[in-house]
Ligand binder design. Structure first.
Ligand code: B12
Length: 482
């Protein structure tokens, strides 16, 4: 009798990559969400996290043996982030060679951006790419395969080498989605006490020119940004806590809900006596005020906020349609500190309009924020993705894209961490006045600036009664120069 086992695979960046340019140990929340959904519909779900398996000393042959032993009816490979491009296809090739009759599908945000290209160029070993939110599509595929051994009916969002069928379908009632668990993916995480919480789906309402989030939500099938209720988010936190996860991060568009959503969540957690050891949230500098930060601090042992400040230049902000008020940035960081929330700041280089003066403005803002306790975490060169306003109309932004198709972006699978930090190979574009090297150098320049001024943050925290982990921040920044 046929089993009804479905195998999810988180691929490596590439089997022969030993030092990926971006972290490869995350558990993709989209993958976990789909696994939970299939389980709730009666399928037996197993998951393999290949980067972790390799990290723990297993080899490509062991991965193959594991997959053969699983003997699933469908294999679903996650391709959410650009740096897994080559690895996702390597895994597809490997599983097709091992189990030629088992259909293999790829899904996730990066796969969604290049669905047609991936499906048409890799048809022998990729049966299809699931575009967008995948719950309905994957369930339909698994049900059809369980019933008749193949997919004969139209599947919403499925792209094959014969083209696309129907646009992705999404579940409108987001709270009806079952909570996910990390333990579905084996082997266990390197940080088994840490997990991420998904609170929203759909397009971000802001329109920062470099960001794909305003478009990706729609590409994925959802017409607008939608939130899980505070009750459902607390259910998710509780479910993960029962697996031993106590430190959480919310990195999605939850910040769009401002103080109101944050206070609601805090009250729900407090009411149910669910108390994370650490709760971290991503925010724009203007997202929250003191009341929001105070609510965050009230519902967990340690609260922190990651501010995507990105630039200190009004010109750059204007060209890129990004709100910036330098005083507001400094004030927001002060309010977070006042509420005992650790404030981290994140910065970008390679943005359209970046000039020597703009970089100086950014250095100035980094300095001002450090003096009020803002801890600079990292400086990232902008990755120019397709579908963003800049990629769609580069001349308007004075930009020349270097990466266009899926193969171009696969460079992120091949580049090592040292190469990405020190050389310009993974810089996706150049712009008026900035070559690839200039962008790479700008990123080093700002990190050096941070390193040279870290004493301001160290001094700040000597007296204010908080003990953020400045050592690891300093270590990471300093390490990036060697
Ligand atoms: C949360 C988040 C993170 C968290 C990750 C949390 C986690 N454990 O997953 C953190 C902060 C770690 C993170 C890091 C990065 N992220 Co991020 N992240 C997001 C964010 C905000 C939400 C993603 C999410 O979890 N959504 C909730 C889930 C349920 O939805 P979903 O992912 O869309 O999944 C649905 C479908 O895509 C599909 N699906 C997803 N996976 C799979 C797998 C299978 C098998 C199938 C069939 C379907 C499927 O089905 C899901 C539901 O139906 C998105 C932007 C956004 N608003 O969506 C960026 C985003 C995905 N990240 C992005 C990037 C670039 C990064 C970084 C590379 C940034 C950097 N420079 O370091 C890193 C690297 C990630 C890594 N692997 O280490 C880009 C991806 C672009 C790309 N093509 O690569 C996005 C779109 C943001 C952006 N503005 O550019 N990220």
């Amino acid at each position: 009798m046929q089993n009804d086992r479905v195998l999810f695979i988180q691929p490596p960046t590439s089997f022969n990559q030993t030092s990926p340019c971006l972290d490869d140990k995350q558990f993709g929340l989209g993958l976990l969400a789909n696994a939970a959904w299939l389980e709730a519909h009666g399928f037996e779900v197993h998951g393999l996290h290949v980067p972790l398996a390799l990290h723990y000393g297993f080899e490509e042959e062991d991965v193959k043996a594991f997959i053969l032993k699983e003997d699933p009816i469908v294999i679903a490979i996650g391709l959410n982030w650009v740096h897994f491009s080559s690895g996702a296809l390597e895994v597809a090739r490997l599983v097709k060679a091992a189990l030629p009759r088992v259909p293999v599908y790829i899904g996730g945000q990066h796969a969604t951006m290049f669905a047609e290209e991936i499906a048409s160029a890799n048809a022998p070993y990729v049966d299809g790419v699931i575009k967008g939110e995948a719950e309905h599509a994957l369930l339909s595929i698994c049900q059809q395969v369980a019933l008749s051994g193949k997919v004969t009916e139209d599947v919403p969002g499925l792209v094959t080498n014969r083209g696309e069928s129907v646009a992705p379908h999404v579940l409108e009632e987001m709270d009806d989605l079952p909570v996910y668990r990390y333990s579905v993916l084996k082997p266990r995480s390197l940080r088994p006490d840490a997990g991420a919480i998904s609170t929203t789906r759909g397009a971000c309402p802001f329109k920062c020119a470099w960001c794909v989030e305003p478009v990706i939500g729609r590409l994925q099938g959802r017409r607008k940004l939608m939130f899980h209720s505070a009750r459902r988010i607390a259910d998710q936190v509780a479910a993960l806590m029962s697996e031993g996860i106590t430190r959480f991060t919310i990195q999605d568009n939850f910040f769009v809900g401002g103080n109101v959503k944050l206070i609601e969540l805090s009250e729900e957690l407090v009411r149910r006596d669910i108390r994370p050891a650490h709760l971290n949230i991503f925010a724009h500098p203007e997202s929250y005020g003191y009341e929001g930060y105070a609510a965050l601090a009230a519902c967990c042992e340690l609260a922190s906020v990651d501010f995507g400040v990105e630039t200190g230049s009004y010109d750059v902000a204007r060209i890129n349609n990004r709100h910036l008020d330098r005083e507001e940035v400094v004030l927001s960081i002060s309010e977070a500190v006042q509420a005992k929330v650790e404030p981290f700041t994140w910065w970008m280089v390679g943005l359209p309009g970046e000039s020597e003066a703009a970089l100086r403005d950014t250095e100035q803002l980094i300095l001002e924020t450090m003096k009020v306790g803002g801890i600079p975490r990292w400086v990232s060169p902008m990755i120019l993705f397709p579908h963003t306003p800049i990629h769609e109309d580069p001349t308007r932004f004075g930009v020349e894209p270097r990466f266009k198709d899926f193969e171009d972006y696969s460079k992120f699978s091949r580049a090592t961490l040292a190469e990405a930090v020190l050389f310009s190979d993974t810089i996706t574009h150049r712009s008026t006045g900035s070559s690839y090297e200039d962008i790479c150098n700008a990123s080093q320049r700002l990190r050096k600036f941070i390193a040279q001024n870290l004493q301001f943050v160290e001094e700040f925290y000597e007296t204010c009664g908080m003990q953020p982990d400045l050592k690891s921040v300093k270590g990471r920044i300093l390490q990036s120069f060697f």
